[in-house]
Design a protein. Structure first.
Length: 321
């Protein structure tokens, strides 16, 4: 069989995305063929397209979708044809109607979670889980800064952090985005220019325990300056560009700070991590109020990328086959 797909043959702006037809191989051992019902859009898709992260060319972007299993290969027992599933995976290829992929990424969806809801929140909720609970190990009462707080990741971070009893300080580029972060549980709202002074003020001069920052280059210095002595910067993305070469001594100079640059795939690397993380995400799901923001037909993937990269979106965007 074949599928419609969105592909890029060279890296560049959204204009390099083009619609093509590609063969879908039957699932081999350990693989499954999934027909997509909703495709989750993530900032990483733009990194693959622009070349910020390497991808083998030609490349079909996309690392997350929800759909129905059509066929499974030898040795696959945890999902079967007809099952509704969601997945994130380390190899791009989700911007299409149907694909074959390693079945180990597939997780069966309960009836209570719809396809669009699943595709809008799965990768980002799993990321939020590991960032909050296993990477930063946030404690009740911690003062935590979240930048890009009305984005796909940002809203989930606000909800999860509020749920575990942290004081959430949300940073956004507009009051409208701030209002969305507040509705997601943020206690204090700031613009980027207010960092670090307002964070210090809100924490009685001490500074935040943790900063979660997916903006990267543009906020790195302000994020470090917002921390308390021995505080932790979790730099988990590069929406404004990669953080450049860093003088290690800066961490000493600014108060014996800690920093880490974690990725989802290192925290969901073993079957044990995967089972633990996904179970925790399902337990928290009812509290996360996951909902799709903008929906685009699959054919309009380029417009979706333009909107995401120009900060025009809030929450999670979807491509619909
Ligand atoms: P978002 O929906 O958060 O969109 C990006 C947001 O970043 C924008 O809405 C904007 O919010 C903010 N931003 C600040 N500066 C810029 C800029 N120069 N260009 C574009 N946006 C900018 O995207 P996602 O939720 O998909 O991803 C958020 C971050 O999380 C990304 O950096 C992504 O790479 C990272 N991520 C990391 C993972 C990991 O494993 N490490 C896994 C998943 C996501 P505002 O206007 O309020 O500033």
């Amino acid at each position: 069989m074949d599928t419609r797909a969105i592909q890029f043959a060279r890296t560049g702006g959204p204009e390099v995305l083009e619609e093509v037809r590609l063969a879908v191989p039957p699932p081999g051992p350990g693989e499954a063929l999934v027909r997509h019902r909703a495709i989750g859009v993530n900032f990483i898709d733009t990194y693959h397209r622009s070349g910020v992260y390497p991808a083998a060319l030609p490349c079909v972007p996309g690392v997350e979708a929800a759909g129905v299993v059509e066929a499974v290969g030898a040795g696959v027992t945890h999902v079967a044809p007809g099952d509704r599933v969601v997945y994130f995976c380390s190899s791009p290829g989700a911007y299409c109607d149907a694909r074959t992929l390693e079945a180990r990424w597939l997780v069966k969806l309960p009836d209570a979670i719809g396809d669009e809801e699943a595709a809008a929140g799965w990768l980002k909720a799993c990321t939020t889980e590991f960032l909050v609970e296993r990477c930063a190990k946030v404690q009740p009462g911690d003062a935590v800064v979240v930048t890009a707080a009305a984005g796909g990741m940002g809203l989930l971070l606000c909800r999860w952090l509020a749920e575990v009893g942290a004081t959430v300080i949300a940073v956004t580029s507009s009051p409208e985005k701030g209002a969305m972060a507040a509705a997601a549980g943020a206690h204090h709202l700031l613009g980027y220019a207010d960092m670090p002074a307002r964070v210090k003020e809100l924490t009685g001069g001490r500074g935040a325990d943790v900063v979660f920052d997916g903006v990267g280059k543009a906020t790195f210095d302000a994020a470090l300056d917002s921390l308390r002595r021995r505080g932790l910067l979790v730099s988990f993305g590069n929406a404004s560009g990669k953080v450049g070469p860093v003088d290690f001594g800066i961490l000493a100079a600014k108060g014996s700070l800690f920093t880490t640059r974690p990725t989802l795939f290192d925290y969901y690397a073993t079957p044990e991590d995967f089972a633990l993380g996904t179970a925790r995400v399902f337990a928290m799901w009812p509290k996360l109020a996951v909902a799709a923001g903008r929906r685009y037909p699959l054919a309009e993937a380029a417009q979706c990328h333009r909107d995401l990269e120009s900060r025009a979106t809030t929450g999670s965007s979807l491509l619909l086959p």
